[in-house]
Write a protein that binds this ligand. Structure first.
Ligand SMILES: Cc1cc2nc3c(=O)[nH]c(=O)nc-3n(C[C@H](O)[C@H](O)[C@H](O)COP(=O)(O)O)c2cc1C
Length: 219
C-alpha cells in the first residue's frame, strides 16, 4: 500500500486490540517522526505501552485499548499547529501503509502528557495501534462545496487534489474549508477556531498528495 492508497484506507479508529507493535515497525514509525521533527523543527514523540493518552471519561465512553500514541509537540510559534497538522498527516498515512490504525485527538486528549515533552507546546495526540476494526469512511462534502477554480477549464490535478483533501480528517468532520485555484496557484481558506492550523496542515498534505506538488504552488 502506498501513501495514496493509505489516504483511501485511513479512517478514525478509537478501539484497539491488545496487541503490541513489533519492534521493526516501531523503529520505522520513529524514523518517520524523526525525519519530520528535523525538517520542521518539531518535537513529536511516540509513547508505547502507555494508556494515559486520552482522558478517563473518553476511555469510559468512546475509546478502548489506546496504549500507544504520538504526542504532537513543538516550540510555540504562529505556524506550529499547521506544521504539526502537515507532519501528523504524513505519519498517520505512513502508519496506515504499515498496517496500523490511528485517531487524531485534538480536544479530548489528556493534558498531562505534556510532562513527556518538557517546555514544548502540545496540540494533541495521535492514538496508534492495531484497530478492532478498520473504521468507516467519514461523511463527506462534495468537490463543489469545498472548492472554487477561477478559470473555466478546471485542470484534473486540481480536482484530484480536492478529492484527496476531502479524505483528510478534520475536527468534528466539519470540512469547513474552501480551496481556491487560480492558474497554478492554490490557496486555502479555513476558519475552525482553535483547530484551524491543524486542519489546514492536514488538508495541505492531502491536497499535495492528490494533486502532485509539481503541478501547482501554494499562494
Ligand atoms: C484537529 C482535529 C481534532 C480532533 N479532535 C478530536 C477529539 O478531541 N476527539 C475525538 O474523538 N476525535 C477528534 N478528532 C477526530 C475527528 O473527529 C475525525 O478525524 C473526523 O470525524 C473525520 O473522520 P476520519 O478521521 O475517519 O476521516 C479530531 C480530528 C482533528 C483533525
Amino acid at each position: 500500500m502506498d501513501l495514496k492508497e493509505a489516504m483511501q484506507q485511513r479512517h478514525m479508529v478509537r478501539k484497539y486490540l491488545d496487541k503490541k507493535i513489533p519492534e521493526d515497525i516501531v523503529s520505522k514509525i520513529n524514523g518517520r517522526i524523526e525525519t519530520n521533527n528535523k525538517k520542521y523543527n518539531l518535537n513529536m514523540k511516540l509513547m508505547l505501552n502507555n494508556d494515559t493518552g486520552v482522558s478517563s471519561i473518553i476511555k469510559l465512553i468512546l475509546a478502548r485499548g489506546v496504549n500507544n500514541f504520538i504526542i504532537l509537540a513543538g516550540d510555540n510559534s504562529p505556524d506550529l499547529e499547521e506544521k504539526l497538522g502537515y507532519s501528523g498527516a504524513d505519519i498517520m498515512l505512513y502508519a496506515q501503509t504499515l498496517g496500523l490504525n490511528t485517531w487524531w485527538v485534538g480536544g479530548t486528549y489528556n493534558r498531562g502528557v505534556s510532562k513527556y515533552v518538557d517546555n514544548k507546546k502540545v496540540t494533541g495526540i495521535i492514538a496508534i495501534g492495531y484497530g478492532q476494526t478498520q473504521g468507516v469512511p467519514h461523511k463527506s462534502k462534495t468537490v463543489e462545496e469545498v472548492s472554487k477554480y477561477k478559470n473555466t477549464i478546471i485542470p484534473s490535478w486540481f480536482i484530484a487534489g480536492v478529492d484527496a483533501a476531502l479524505l483528510a480528517p478534520t475536527a468534528l468532520n466539519k470540512q469547513d474549508f474552501m480551496i481556491i485555484g487560480n492558474g497554478n496557484k492554490v490557496s486555502i481558506e479555513c476558519d475552525n477556531g482553535i483547530f484551524t492550523g491543524s486542519n489546514v496542515g492536514l488538508i495541505k498534505y492531502h491536497f499535495e498528495l492528490g494533486a502532485g506538488k509539481e503541478n501547482f504552488e501554494w499562494e
